[in-house]
Design a protein around this ligand. Structure first.
Ligand code: ATP
Length: 320
């Protein structure tokens, strides 16, 4: 089937660099004579018919903007086949005969299921969590990591002035990549990456060890969904080795200007998605391994075992 019009949507949590990907897809499509259409608010836009043609000028100057100009949404109804059938009717009505879906593994499943129903779809990894195993890096991860480093550096300044300990929760959605890399970049004293890593007794030993080394401050980074940072602060305040404060960085990690790394990654992956659609590929997701662009069947990609950065964790221990 010759592809004449493609739709682009962003879905799940937003990530800096999504706009650079949208821009690249529109430009790459136009370059080969394909029209591009923005579908607003993720898969929901296919039901509400929130669809607009994107000309090349519509994506001028968005590559350096955080968030997503298309908006994003969680739309669990898309798991139902009847809802997807309705979405396909909308696509047919607009003459859109292929989709590029930017998001995480949930977004990938939506794309895969549509592809099984005959709509060529490609998944592009857009999430700050770096939790998609089929690619070395997801769009937004590098920006989020740099935001975390900047925030932790600032917290460290005041923590040091007061001779305190700070316990800081970072995002990652069960994936410890952001936490461990932030720990290395910020010179943290401890990173908690899994529930199993943690006991009250161990964390007290960590700060006592820091005190023995004459450290004036102590930084503990905690991956979200592991241990409550306010609980850890309570434990450490009761222990009394350092006065302790807790902070949850929260959504600040998802916003902001994408780094050059994310802009380039997003541009390359967006362009590659259009190339694959032109070649007739469907139900696959794109990724990067070193300098190489890769693609893989979405189901296979989502079934890959989660990676644990064991080497980074081991090396981290040498820097304390
Ligand atoms: P993040 O990593 O930021 O959470 P994500 O893409 O994994 O991103 P989800 O909320 O899991 O975020 O999925 C985004 C959307 O994809 C859902 O709201 C839904 O519309 C669609 N989706 C998720 N899982 C499925 C599925 N199994 N079948 C069809 N559509 C799905």
């Amino acid at each position: 089937m010759e592809i004449k019009k493609i739709g682009i949507l962003t879905s799940g949590g937003d990530a800096p660099g999504m706009n650079a990907a949208i821009r690249a897809i529109v430009r790459a499509a136009n370059y080969v004579g394909i029209e591009a259409y923005g579908i607003y608010d993720g898969y929901e836009g296919l039901i509400t018919e929130n669809i607009r043609k994107l000309e090349r000028v519509d994506v001028s100057g968005i590559g350096n903007k955080g968030g997503t100009i298309l908006g994003t949404a969680r739309f669990p109804e898309f798991k139902e086949e009847s809802v997807r059938r309705q979405a396909i009717e909308t696509l047919n009505k607009h003459g859109i005969n292929a989709l590029v879906c930017i998001g995480g593994d949930g977004t990938y499943m939506g794309a895969y299921k549509l592809s099984l129903m005959g709509v060529p779809c490609i998944g592009v990894p857009g999430t700050i969590d770096n939790d998609i195993v089929s690619t070395e890096y997801t769009i937004g991860f590098d920006t989020a990591l740099n935001t975390i480093v900047e925030c932790v550096d600032k917290i460290r300044d005041t923590t040091n002035s007061h001779g305190r300990c700070s316990v800081i929760e970072v995002m990652g959605h069960h994936d410890p990549d952001l936490a461990i890399r932030a720990g290395i970049a910020c010179g943290a004293e401890c990173v908690i990456t899994t529930k199993e890593d943690y006991s009250d007794e161990n964390i007290i030993n960590v700060v006592k060890e820091a005190k023995k080394l004459h450290k004036r401050n102590c930084i503990i980074i905690v991956c979200e969904h592991t241990i409550d940072v306010f609980h850890i602060a309570d434990v450490l305040n009761k222990d009394g080795t350092y006065e302790t404060r807790a902070a949850v960085l929260g959504h600040i990690q998802r916003g902001g200007t994408p780094t050059a790394f994310d802009r380039i990654l997003a541009s390359r992956l967006g362009d590659y998605a259009v190339e694959l659609l032109k070649e007739g590929k469907t139900g696959v997701c794109v990724g990067v391994k070193g300098e190489e662009l890769t693609y893989m069947d979405i189901v296979k990609a989502n079934e890959l075992p989660k990676k644990y950065p064991a080497k980074l964790v081991k090396q981290f221990k040498h820097f304390i």
